[in-house]
Design a protein around this ligand. Structure first.
Ligand code: GDP
Length: 420
């Protein structure tokens, strides 16, 4: 019932205005099998109110795991997109297969997303498969933040997980949280950017924000200094500002963290326990604060005849979109696509660039966890599913017949390396 759902959900229900592009996040969740990708996705959908059910992985009722083959194999191979709303932002979650056997699908989903959360297990740290997906994301220039999950497990250790991120992924971790309590007693985090504590209660949805606990005050200050120093080393402009002042403001620090995330020079690290629903709201806040909107990423490139053309994420430009997944459902053939430029309207005729065939767009759907919401149009930056297209396949470019464009083929995937 309503009363049992978290407050954030009720707030979000009143913010259904058309999202400007800056409020869109096309997000992927990348993880080694078993690190907790399904659970993290599930909690995000629950918190954002996209689903009323709280699915649990072990009883097979989760809403993202609905493909039967996937359920049988216990791994996520169904790459689709689910849309939800958080704090006035539309977050399109693009499913990325966690298994390297589905490398082509990984590549296609990495192409259509703008930013990602990489999930790690707090006991295992970086595993071989996480390395593979991380490198693929590097090649596609996908800005990332890291979420060290399962902090409630026996043997969980944020510091050693962070060390493995530094050593195995060759990136600079920017740790923005200090856990409160260890293993089964992990109850919250100190946010080192705002220097506030967030503690979750026994009730799964209850949380309280307050000052940093006395006992953790020195440790939090020490870690905040480490964070500031790391940022200053990577970011000379920020360094100058830091030197000018006796203390660094939260907004300066957050802005520098965003720039480092977008340039790929560092990775913001957060932690939590998805299973216990701890750490998911700060994760969503970080997605909104640090990861790019469709306007922050470079224009897409394609060819028109012999000409190379760039298309910015402009709703007024000619329409161009990339199909990244086609599925048969009870609703009919669903073509999932990302609009890169222009506007797509119900009833439009679009050109399938590959086979040079014009097709009519039937219904346009925004895929949500437990239902499909129909919409009249989709603009640049949007991810939607279209009903009624006959020929489009994964990888197909769709464009305005008056402005043909073939989007660049994805970067060749690295040879798949088998890992134990
Ligand atoms: P995926 O394979 O990456 O999608 O991982 P799942 O979300 O299916 O999680 C794998 C297993 O880890 C499941 O049994 C989950 O219940 C469990 N799990 C996920 N998150 C956590 C967590 O935060 N703490 C603990 N202890 N277990 C978790």
């Amino acid at each position: 019932t309503h009363a049992e759902r978290p407050r954030a959900v009720r707030t979000n229900l009143h913010r259904r205005s058309l999202d400007p592009l800056t409020a869109v996040r096309n997000l992927g969740i990348l993880a080694h099998v078993d690190a907790g990708k399904t659970t993290v996705t599930e909690r995000i959908l629950y918190l954002t109110g996209a689903t009323h059910k709280r699915g649990e992985v072990h009883d097979g009722t989760t809403v993202t795991d609905f493909d039967s083959q996937e359920r049988d194999r216990g791994i996520t191979i169904f790459a689709a997109a689910v849309s939800c709303v958080w704090d006035g932002h539309r977050i399109n979650l693009i499913d990325t297969p966690g298994h390297v056997d589905f490398s082509d699908e990984v590549t296609r989903s990495l192409r259509v997303l703008d930013g990602a959360v990489a999930v790690f297990d707090a006991v295992a740290g970086v595993e071989p498969q996480s390395e593979t997906v991380w490198r693929q994301a590097d090649r596609h220039g996908v800005p990332r933040i890291a979420f060290v999950n399962k902090l409630d497990r026996a043997g969980a250790d944020l510091d050693s997980a962070v060390a493995s991120i530094r050593e195995r992924l060759g990136t600079v971790p920017l740790v923005t949280q200090l856990p409160i309590g260890r293993e089964a007693d992990f109850t919250g985090v100190v946010d080192l950017v705002r220097m506030r504590a967030l503690v979750w209660g026994a009730e799964i949805d209850s949380r309280t924000e307050g000052p940093v606990p006395e006992a953790l005050s020195d440790e939090a200050s020490r870690r905040r200094r480490i964070l500031e120093e790391t940022v200053a080393e990577l970011h000379p402009a920020a360094l100058e500002e830091f030197c000018d002042r006796s203390s660094v403001s939260d907004t300066t620090l957050a802005a520098a963290l965003r720039e480092l995330t977008l340039s790929g020079e560092g990775v913001v690290v957060l932690c939590g326990s998805a299973y216990r629903n701890r750490g998911i709201e700060p994760l969503l806040e970080a997605v909104v604060a640090y990861l790019p909107s469709p306007l922050d990423v470079p224009p897409v490139r394609g060819t028109s005849g012999d000409e190379v053309e760039e298309r910015a994420a402009d709703p007024e430009a000619p329409f161009a979109a990339l199909v990244f997944k086609v599925t048969s459902t009870a609703t009919g053939r669903l073509t999932c696509l990302r609009v890169y430029s222009g506007t797509l309207r119900k009833g439009d005729t679009v050109l399938d660039t590959g086979v040079r065939r014009a097709e009519r767009v039937g219904r346009i759907l925004r895929v949500q966890a437990d239902r499909h919401a129909e919409t009249d149009l989709a603009v640049a930056g949007d991810i939607v599913a279209v009903v009624g297209l006959k020929s489009a396949r994964a990888g197909t470019t769709l464009c305005a017949p008056s402005a043909p464009l073939l989007l660049e083929p994805p970067t060749a995937a690295e040879p798949v390396v088998s890992v134990a």
